[in-house]
Design a protein around this ligand. Structure first.
Ligand code: CTP
Length: 402
């Protein structure tokens, strides 16, 4: 699925001659799937490890290998260097790093690296001794000092082609893609924004092993948090969900509404936006049993007395009235009846700028599923009914409103 972040981005993938070149095919494939326009440039030695045909098949474009190929309209290295949004060199050998550090341009990839104004991401891969050699280390340092747009990821420590173990493995494709995304995002439309997102259903303890919760999976909140990150925002995700931690977010794990409230009030003091996608329990057990409640002591029935939890959005509104807190607050209204009327009421009562209303009785929208059908109601009275779409697309639509 195309990610907005990579969609239509021009990425030059430089592949140099190391055994990790085979992993560059994975990187290439992921970038293409994410919607990027990938131009692959290979050095001569890279072609000994993997053929241009592999990359041509993945990108549906010719692979560039020759500095002196003038078959196109323009001088290839200048044309490519100018239009790139990112130059990613994976794997980057000790030899290529050395040449880059000294401004050599004796192949197409090096010439592009010297000519491009785009950010550059290097993923070094080599044997440990080569990586730790003082000359390689000095070259890396020199690149960091002299080339403002350079970013270096890894190398990781692990098993190497020689059979030994040590520093020098190229970091895994997923991690490279993650950092590539972060680099592209620095230029996104939410760059400079500080956004706090909550996700998941709160868990209200009954005893040390049991809690009361709801069906919220956290997927909507995670989709918003990652979409905001990909558009350049600094994101704090306050979550109860047991989903994998997304790359590049500040993640705060909480359980109860009380804990979520504390975390939100701290995180939003400096934030621009709070997006409350969490399903916060309105009530919690008045007493949390210190020990597991045993059924022997409650043969017929067990009554739990519930008391009200704080309304987190109301607390944030109070903080805002005192001059602290986010410039904008966005809430969700999960309803089973009277969707718009209930959402309007919450928009006003909770002093929100926007409310995302969804009917959680629909089987293809709301809790647990990957799609959602929502209506956006803004404080200025505008109402936008969105069709059924992926939670990712809903997230983008919400962020568009910012
Ligand atoms: N919310 C909150 N604190 C609570 C309960 C809800 O901040 N104690 C937030 C939710 O994260 C959501 C919005 O308020 O963004 C609306 O939540 P919802 O559960 O739909 O509404 P409630 O205010 O709890 O009202 P009700 O349960 O009566 O519908």
């Amino acid at each position: 699925m195309p990610l907005k972040l990579f969609d239509h981005k021009q990425i030059i993938l430089g592949v140099t001659g190391g055994i990790a070149a085979y992993k560059a095919a994975m990187v290439c494939s992921r970038l293409v799937q994410a919607g990027a326009m990938v131009e692959v440039v290979m050095t001569e030695s890279a072609q000994r490890f993997i053929t241009p045909l592999t990359f041509q098949a993945l990108t549906h474009r010719p692979v560039r290998t020759d500095l002196f190929d003038l078959s196109g309209d323009n001088i290839p290295h200048i044309a490519l260097a100018d239009k790139a949004d990112l130059l990613l060199i994976a794997p980057a050998t000790a030899n290529t790093i050395a040449k880059l550090a000294h401004g050599l341009a004796d192949n197409l990839l090096l010439a592009i690296a010297l000519a491009t104004p785009a950010p550059i991401l290097l993923a070094p891969a080599m044997e440990t001794d080569m990586w730790q050699h003082p000359i390689t280390q000095a070259n890396v340092e020199r690149l960091r000092q002299l080339v403002k747009q350079i970013n270096i990821i890894g190398p990781a420590t692990g098993r190497l082609a020689s059979g030994g173990t040590g520093a020098g493995r190229m970091v895994e494709p997923e991690e490279i893609i993650g950092l590539a995304g972060t680099i592209l995002a620095r230029h996104g439309d939410l760059a400079g924004w500080d956004i706090v997102v909550t996700a998941g259903g709160t868990r209200e303890a009954i005893d040390p092993v049991r809690f009361i919760s709801n069906h919220s999976s956290g997927k909507m909140g995670y989709a918003i948090a990652t979409a905001a990150r990909d558009r350049g925002a600094k994101v704090t995700l306050i979550t109860t969900a047991a989903l994998p931690d997304p790359f590049g977010l500040k993640i705060i794990k909480v359980n109860s509404a009380e804990q979520m409230k504390e975390a939100v009030l701290v995180a939003t003091r400096q934030a621009d936006v709070l997006i409350m996608a969490a399903a916060v329990a309105d009530f919690r057990p008045q007493v949390v049993a210190e020990q597991k409640i045993k059924k022997q002591s409650h043969t017929e029935s067990l009554a739990l007395n519930l008391i009200r939890n704080p309304d987190i959005l109301a607390e944030v509104a109070k903080q805002k009235a005192d001059g602290h807190g986010p410039r904008m607050t966005i809430g969700f209204a999960a309803e089973t009846e009277e969707l718009l009327a209930n959402a309007q009421l919450k928009l006003a009562n909770k002093k929100l700028d926007l409310i995302v209303a969804n009917d959680v009785t629909a089987t293809d929208a709301g809790f647990g599923v990957d799609t959602n059908r929502v209506t956006l109601l803004a404080a200025d009275g505008s109402i936008e009914e969105l069709p059924l779409m992926s939670k990712q697309a809903v997230a983008e639509a919400i962020l568009d409103k910012l």
